[in-house]
Design a protein around this ligand. Sequence first.
Ligand code: PFF
Length: 447
Amino acid sequence: MKRESFGSRFGALVAMAGSAVGLGNLWRFPYLVGENGGAAFIIVYILLSFLICLPIFVSEFVIGRRSQKNAYAAFRDLSGGSAWKWIGLVTVIVPLIVLSYYSVIGGWSVEYLLKSITFSFTGTDTLSSMKTMFTDFVSSPWIPLLMHTVFMLVSTLIVMVGIKDGIEKFSKVMMPLLFFMVLAIAIYSLTLPGAGKGVDYLFNPDFSKIDGKACAAALGQAFFSLSLGFGTILTYASYVDKKENIMFQSTATAVSDLMFALIAGVAIMPAVFAFGLNPQSGPGLVFETLPYVFSQMPAGGIVAIVFFVALLVAALTSSISMLEVAVAYLVEEKKFSRTGACAVLFAVCWVVGALCSLSFGPLADFKIAGRSIFDFFDNLSSNVLMTLGSLMTVLFVGWRLKKTDIYDEFTNGGTLSANAKIFGVLWFLIRYVCPLAIIAIFVSGLI
Ligand code: PFF
């Protein structure tokens, strides 16, 4: 049977950008920027994204497109059947873990979208009542579980339809919509009286805040935001046409991801400051602070709906990319039908996600290594396994594969002269700079 592929350049691009743009852009980036020195942090983030993360992105792209296989088989076949395949298997499993808890948060977005449609924030007019609303919701057993089920089901159905008609079509419609929604909120947010303080928070450069920790935070965020080390870019790349330019596609994805993060910052921070609030990171920002802001601002009911649709879309285009990694593996290696693979993976992620969901309520006292189930999986995958996956990817490309093969794939058989010119620099970055940088952040995260 012919292997599926993306139908167009734009389709491949929006699918990859869809994987990259997610909760990481909307709820973590703006906060990290403000905390770590504003524009100074943005400069560091851009440098690290392009010097370290882009070469890793290209490495995943090369492995995927060269092999035209799922992550496990790609490592296995390109290394001539060696133990590298186990690394491939890790990159199949990690996105499933992330998906399980990502889906819980996706479920919260569904619930908050419903709350915004029914105008539940209007009238809840103190920040502490928003906090209570959120805590009551996440700690209750059933509704978060139901919402997790809905989110996981929608993700699974999109992937079940296939690469071209499911993932690509969904991303083609949703990514431009997402862009306009976040942009519209940003423009509106800037018009609020007092918005300037939020802009200062984001963009006032404070170089004194740039230290090892800030760099580690920037690099960690860039990894997660670009979906590196999870097998997703590799898997999507395996559906990209051999005629496409790897450098162009990778750079375009990294640039879109950055643009989204910046626009999200401008959408969120000026509004938060306009209402005299302190920014938080993560769930607290989008499920407590922002609903309060929406309850106070003119036309906030509508802005809330647009925001939660955007959050949901951003989460969905990321979750489908995580699911596809394991679907490709089961279909190609274990001879599952696409539908069968989706059904099995739905069940697995549902169960793991349900445990994560319950860890905010009935299972709150159950700890693994001192953390709640949710925190344990989040920490394990986004700190340890993601770093390991990225490190192995660059070591594989830089030290295990043949340089001539990488050159051939990167330059489309020598026909892309601009890529041929920069290959030397890229190779140096992949071979030496990236592995050392990854080890450095990993170690600095442990200290
Ligand atoms: N890049 C996504 C975000 O910023 O939210 C998260 C993500 C997607 C991580 C896909 C891993 C992945 F495989």
